[in-house]
Design a protein around this ligand. Structure first.
Ligand code: ASP
Ligand code: SER
Ligand code: ZN
Length: 608
């Protein structure tokens, strides 16, 4: 018979009501706490099913009513998540006698709520409403020019990728940043409420709360992030220097500031987070890449669904079971013309078993082909860990979830494209072609790193109170300049809210995950290539068809969050830490080439 009597008054009643038990008079044992964890998992699982359904409908049909509905259910989910998290906090406080794995499970319950709410129903409702409203503003945002012609983000992004007209790029860049202005007061209030919730659970603030999810202390995690960055930085700096010089050649020195920074609108991407779209400019005005994936997809008249099927076939070649037919019936693959949807790509498992879906406004480009692999990586991971206990259904750490599909996409090599008939023959392997291929990948993966770091650095400063609402934008640009060497092309003020112009800020998706993933994916790729028996430069390796690589990957995915991520990583790659060395090894030939190009240049930048 399970009792709850070691606990004092209100906690005893709370646990009793969760467990459906009467209160007795003995100590909470390991067995009782395990029972609590099981029941908490059951209840959270039932609620999350309802939440997923309401969220799917809201994100596929953004209306006043679907928003109200999702807010309603999210309120229940948050109230339950917070009640459970507070109990976990209390069990941990008198945790002597509990096993290490039980303490770890309690910690996971405690930090599970994305936006922890104050212990008050009305404030909880306010907090979840703010979250939904921010998501709505971002996803329905448009830029309307002086003539009243309006554009959505997807079309603006495509122009940013392809236009080489500085004035047009500047207009698009500044235009999209009008849409996020109204978010500012909502964001400030949201931070205030979620900080209260985080403190109630025993954390310093929401940043401390988010950083506590990595099987180590929150401070140690922040220090590790800086350490990884220091290791990768010389490669980034070499790239930034060369790209800056090539942009100056393209646009002239009146567009380029003389402090070594790059104006943010010239890099082929709305946020200057990935620069692969300007590979032509970087390679001297004409693409040197041996093939163009966008052209191949166009020539083959590939539909969005064809792109998904091709990515699925890659996973099948590794031995993964095919996706369920419902994946194709229920996913959203293209942007509907007649309604508002959240277009930012995501992957779902609605029933936590195998109701897998993606929701994405796919464009027929090589870049988006990569994102399709990224999303499917999430789906295969979700299905692989579906046998785990509720609180272990998840990524070893959130970086792993973002790294799986990307690691697979690193195997989309010329050799692979020949194998699947997308290329007739292997392009001649000249040094130029190799460098161009590495450059294209580096513009995507290496350029991303400092952006991946500052998204959360900014939030950590905001959540801790180090940066106040009156300085939101100024603090954002200080980080952009310091870490990326990228600067705003148009004057910024505190009327603007530029962080909100990037999806993950209004939607409260932490971003360290992508920084970690950009390093981890090279470790995964390296290991899969080893298992595939590949010997040679890593950028030429494709693990396509290797059952051995697939099996090892699947073992890691199946483990979910059941063990500290360091153990899960070690079982797969042999490493116990994130190691930027794998990325550096991959790009070693490019780094040597960049150093030659930069030999006579003054590299680096100065922050005013
Ligand atoms: N590729 C997108 C991004 O990472 C969507 C995703 O993560 O699923 O934001
Ligand atoms: N998908 C993430 C983003 O869009 C990371 O690349 O920012
Ligand atoms: Zn993702």
């Amino acid at each position: 018979m399970i009792t709850t009597n070691s606990l004092s008054g209100p906690r005893r009643w709370a646990l009793a009501s969760l467990l459906g038990l009467a209160c007795g008079a003995q100590a909470a044992t390991e067995t009782e706490v395990r029972e609590f964890i099981d029941l908490a998992g059951q209840r959270a699982g039932e609620l999350s099913l309802k939440e997923n359904r309401a969220e799917w409908i809201f994100q596929n049909f953004i209306t006043y009513d679907t928003q109200n509905q999702v807010v309603d259910i999210k309120k229940q989910v948050t109230l339950n998540g917070m009640a459970t998290a507070r109990m976990a906090r209390d069990f941990m406080a008198d945790g002597e006698g509990l096993s290490e794995s039980t303490l770890r499970d309690l910690e996971m319950i405690r930090h599970k709520v994305t936006l922890p709410a104050p212990a008050d129903e009305a404030l909880t409702a306010e907090l979840v409403s703010l979250g939904a409203e921010l998501e709505n503003i971002y996803s329905t945002g448009k830029y309307c020019n002086a003539e009243g012609d309006c554009q959505v983000l997807r079309d603006m992004s495509l122009r940013m990728a392809n236009s080489r007209n500085e004035a047009e790029l500047r207009e698009l860049w500044a235009g999209w940043r009008e849409a996020s202005k109204p978010m500012r007061p909502l964001y400030a209030r949201m931070v205030e409420l979620a900080n209260t919730g985080a403190r109630d659970l025993g954390y310093k603030d929401l940043g401390d709360y988010w950083r506590s999810r990595f099987d180590m202390s929150s401070d140690a995690f922040a220090a590790d992030m800086d350490r990884y960055w220091q290791e990768a930085k010389p490669l980034y700096e070499a790239l930034q220097c060369h790209v800056g010089a090539q942009l100056e050649a393209q646009y002239g020195d009146d567009v380029m500031p003389d402090n070594g920074m790059i104006p943010a609108h010239l890099l082929g991407n709305m946020w200057a987070q990935g620069w692969a779209n300007i590979e032509d400019v970087v390679m001297g005005g004409k693409s040197q890449a041996p093939y163009d994936l966008t052209e191949i997809l166009e020539e083959r008249d590939m539909s969005a669904v064809d792109m998904a099927r091709t990515a699925e076939a890659f996973f099948s070649s590794l031995g993964f079971e095919p996706l369920p037919e419902t994946f194709y019936e229920r996913s959203l693959f293209t942007r509907p013309q007649d309604r508002e949807v959240v277009c930012h790509a995501s992957a779902w498992n609605l029933d936590d078993v195998d109701d897998l879906r993606i929701k994405m406004c796919i464009q027929r480009t090589g870049e988006e082909f990569g994102v399709v692999h990224h999303e499917l990586g999430h789906n295969y991971y979700q299905r692989a860990y579906n046998q785990q206990d509720y609180f272990h259904r998840g990524s070893a750490n959130v970086g792993f979830h973002e790294a799986v599909g990307d690691a697979i996409a690193l195997s989309v090599t010329p050799e692979y494209l020949v194998k699947i008939g997308f290329l007739d023959e292997l392009p001649a392997s000249t040094e130029e072609a190799e460098i161009a291929q590495l450059m294209k990948t580096a513009l995507d993966k290496v350029a991303f790193l400092p952006f991946g770091l500052i998204m959360d650095k900014w939030r950590w400063q905001v959540f801790s109170g180090e940066v106040e609402p009156a300085n939101y934008n100024q603090a954002w640009w200080a980080l952009r300049e310091e870490y990326q060497g990228v600067t705003a092309p148009v004057t910024r003020t505190e009327d603007h809210f530029d962080p909100g112009a990037k999806y993950h800020i209004p939607s409260n998706v932490s971003y360290s995950r992508y920084f970690l993933a950009h390093l981890l994916q090279f470790q995964f790729h390296q290991r899969m290539c080893e298992l595939a028996g590949f010997e040679g430069p890593l950028h030429q390796c494709s693990a396509y068809g290797s059952k051995k690589a697939g099996e090892a990957l699947n073992t890691m995915l199946t483990a979910g969050r059941s063990a500290p991520w360091q153990d899960t990583l070690e079982a797969f790659t042999g490493d116990r830490d994130v190691d930027p060395g794998a990325m550096l090894a991959y790009f070693a030939p490019l780094k040597a080439w960049l150093d030659e190009q930069n030999a006579d240049r003054q590299c680096g930048w100065t922050v005013n």
